[in-house]
Design a protein around this ligand. Sequence first.
Ligand code: ZN
Length: 181
Amino acid sequence: MKQLQVITGCMFAGKTTELLNRLNLLKEQYLLVKPMMDNRIEGDQISTHNGIAKRAIRVNNLSEIFKNLTNIKVVGIDEAQFFNKSIIQDLKYLKSQNIKVIIAGLDKDYLNKPFGSMKDIISLSDSVTRLKAICNYCSQEASYSHRKNTVSQNQFLIGNKNFYEALCESCFQKINCENGK
Ligand SMILES: [Zn+2]
């Protein structure tokens, strides 16, 4: 089994569902972690777009879980793109402690630019799985996250179906052309 696994792709690709499936299959005690700023749901739940929910520890920095690692062999991280770049050091520490880490996160933002530290996390990883969504317009394979409401320029606008949709490459290009981007 690979030590540091990344699950990435655009929004609505099923990254969180895949993360929870892998954690459950391992049959080991694990910690589930997510960044404090993901306030999609109140409190400490991780919920997938298809409704599965799990409890997670919410932290500003991954190193905050280091005191909770007794008997823990696996750590799952969701929405990893929202962590600042100190996550790289923290992942190296977990690796040095022989802890398996499974990380889910967006590789690119709604402008198709690299998101947060995901690029660096991916280069550190032992395996990368890129999941695809289904295009909201033509039902082809989609790998772009499109922001429907472009009033906010904030890269960190939290994802949900009111603000975002998954698009294939040609629909993404077409819509951004029409919007004059
Ligand atoms: Zn399309």
